[in-house]
Ligand binder design. Structure first.
Ligand SMILES: Nc1ncnc2c1ncn2[C@@H]1O[C@H](COP(=O)(O)OP(=O)(O)OP(=O)(O)O)[C@@H](O)[C@H]1O
Ligand SMILES: [Mg+2]
Length: 263
């Protein structure tokens, strides 16, 4: 399998002294769908920010899509991002632009022809259920609507990798399900997808690869079977850990390695 993302012994310490990631080594194949779960402050967003080169690692090497991201110069970042759709945890919409223009801007920025933009935007807005808000400004939208604009912008250029930091954090359960279903369909066409989420029900329902980050380390990975004694406790508010003894008492265990579709 082609590795599209590879971390080798990656650590990230912020200038404040916080150790956000600690010696993480992992790889993600082209076409995989990965859920990243873990408690608040565990290092999930940091992991994504290293992939998109919003932050640089303090140690280790990162390769993304054939590029050495860990030592990448700022001016090269647009080449990396060109093949990446990003849903930020804080949306990052342009407040002075309408919904339509926020999404169109992402297409115009890479030089897409106006005729193509004009055809594509209505299609994408319909996909995320925002056709009726095309002319609204971000400040006029609910949190969930802003989140869906952010998702539309991430999808619109047909990127090779989609990175979504809690894309359903502000959205009701039914719509959350639809959004992951949509990402799943996009994944079925070959796009690599990485989704950070706190929602156990979604993770359980969609039987994908699940990585658990805890205190800056990947402590469980349904693909790598990093720590067989650890298991995800879906009954807790956060994805906390329990040892094998307690885990076995639960009849509602998450998928085992066998059941996971590795594609
Ligand atoms: N820019 C920064 N400067 C200093 N510390 C930071 C910075 N960004 C994150 N941190 C710290 O690094 C740790 C990991 O943060 P990160 O944002 O990766 O967590 P997270 O798993 O995404 O949490 P959440 O679920 O709340 O979004 C936390 O202790 C956080 O306070
Ligand atoms: Mg985060």
């Amino acid at each position: 399998m082609d590795k599209i993302i590879e971390f080798k012994n990656v650590s990230k310490t912020y200038p404040s002294g916080t150790h956000a990631l600690n010696n993480v080594s992992l790889s993600i194949d082209k076409g995989e769908f990965v859920f990243i779960v873990g408690a608040s402050g565990a290092g999930k967003s940091t992991f994504l920010k290293l992939i998109m080169h919003e932050e640089s690692p303090s140690r280790g090497t990162i390769n993304v899509n054939g590029m050495r991201v860990s030592t990448m110069k700022r001016r090269k970042v647009p080449y990396l991002r060109r093949n990446m759709g990003i849903v930020f945890q804080d949306f990052r919409l342009i407040n002075k632009m309408t919904v339509y223009d926020n999404v169109a801007f992402a297409m115009r920025a890479i030089g897409t022809r106006p005729s193509v933009v004009k055809k594509r935007i209505p299609y994408i807005l319909d996909l995320v259920g925002l056709t009726h808000k095309a002319k609204s400004y971000p400040s006029e939208l609910s949190g969930g609507e802003q989140q869906r604009v952010s998702l539309a912008r991430a999808l619109v250029n047909n990127p090779e990798i989609i990175i979504a930091d809690e894309p359903t954090g502000n959205i009701d359960p039914e719509m959350s399900f639809e959004i992951i279903e949509l990402l799943s369909q996009i994944n079925a066409q070959g796009t690599t997808i990485i989704v950070v989420t706190h929602e156990h029900d979604l993770v359980r329902h969609f039987n994908k690869r699940v990585m658990v980050i805890d205190k800056g380390k990947v402590v469980s990975d349904t693909k790598e079977n990093i720590d067989e004694s650890a298991d995800i406790d879906y009954t807790d508010e956060e994805f906390s850990f329990q040892n094998e003894e307690t885990a076995n008492q639960s009849s509602d265990l998450p998928q085992t390695d066998k059941e996971v579709d590795h594609q």
